[in-house]
Design a protein around this ligand. Structure first.
Ligand code: C2E
Ligand code: CA
Ligand code: CA
Ligand code: CA
Length: 278
């Protein structure tokens, strides 16, 4: 007997098949994509508030697929994260970032780079050693490397991730909680993590101009972060009004389209030169 919704299911199942097929394809092609230059890193600046001084970048991966064109990380990162290949992804982004940080230092610029971690990195007890080795090889001070982790990533398996986080922290790298406010964030939980920074999720920052609730969330995260001695970063800063509100709240660092979109290496360098010429 046919039930309402059967049509929807009939349409959905092949679409799902396509989705799995593409996911599978992307995962099998990713190694080659990394080795053949299809995968690159874009850099998005972070600036201090209220001075507008550039303090660092977030490193964001991009994939120019020969058949599908530019792919959004939201499409392939979750697929890659479900496999052991995420080690190679994180390693690649970290290497590219440390090369940049070293070159900036050689030009007298002290900028930090932030790399996004996935759950698997946090469950890998060899990861901190690889980080220490990379910092040594590139001769970069640990304070100039930040790792961004989501609370769901940490809370997926705290027994495994906490020791890894503690070892990363002991190296002296900066640890930031990303997308803060979207999960089951609580004060108690934040206090127990060895973190230095919170990043307010962009959904709240984007909503601040029109939604008093979002504004209240942003304000309370700034206050909570400061009361715990953390640096507070706002992402998704798209206009001057948002920037002014964040300055008023005492937020430390801003990132978003108002300052710049994520840029390919050469375009970021041009942006930086134009910004830092006196
Ligand atoms: P995320 O870590 O929350 O990164 C911030 C996202 O917000 C980036 O999207 C960035 O382009 C976007 N964004 C920045 N400023 C603004 C703004 O003013 N307005 C709006 N609407 N959006 C803004 P992107 O580059 O598409 O990355 C999406 C997600 O993919 C990231 O979210 C992160 O979770 C993941 N990702 C990106 N690169 C990596 C990586 O190298 N490794 C891992 N594990 N995940 C990555
Ligand atoms: Ca991030
Ligand atoms: Ca984020
Ligand atoms: Ca995100």
């Amino acid at each position: 007997q046919a039930k309402a919704g059967d049509d929807a299911v009939r349409a959905y199942v092949p679409a799902m098949g396509q989705m799995f097929k593409r996911r599978f394809e992307l995962v099998t092609q990713f190694r080659h994509a990394l080795d053949s230059g299809q995968v690159t890193v874009h850099y998005q600046p972070k600036v201090a508030l209220p001075s507008r001084e550039v303090v660092g970048v977030e490193a964001l991966v991009r994939w120019r697929h020969p058949e599908y064109g530019p792919l959004d990380p939201d499409e392939f990162v979750p697929a890659v994260e479900a496999t052991g290949l995420v080690d190679a992804l994180t390693g690649f982004v970290m290497e590219c970032s440390l090369v940049r940080v070293r070159q900036w230092l050689d030009r007298g610029l002290r900028l930090s780079a932030a790399v996004n971690l996935s759950v698997r990195n946090l469950a890998d007890e060899t990861f901190p050693d690889r980080v220490a080795d990379a910092l040594r090889r590139h001769d970069v001070p640990p304070r100039l490397l930040t790792f961004e982790l989501t609370e769901s990533g940490v809370m997926a398996d705290p027994e495994r991730s906490l020791p890894v986080l503690r070892r990363l922290h002991a190296l002296g790298v900066v640890l930031a909680v990303d997308d803060f406010g979207t999960g089951y964030s609580s004060l108690a939980y934040l206090r127990q993590l060895p973190v230095d920074e919170v990043k307010i999720d962009k959904s709240f920052v984007l909503g601040m101009g029109t939604d008093l609730g979002d504004m209240a969330v942003v304000r309370s995260i700034v206050e909570l972060g400061h009361s715990l001695g953390l640096t507070v970063v706002a992402e998704g800063v798209e206009d001057d009004a948002a920037r002014e509100q964040l300055v008023g709240m005492g937020c430390d660092i801003a990132q978003g389209y108002l300052i710049s979109r994520p840029l390919a290496e050469d375009r970021f360098e041009a942006w930086l030169r134009a910004r830092t010429i006196r």
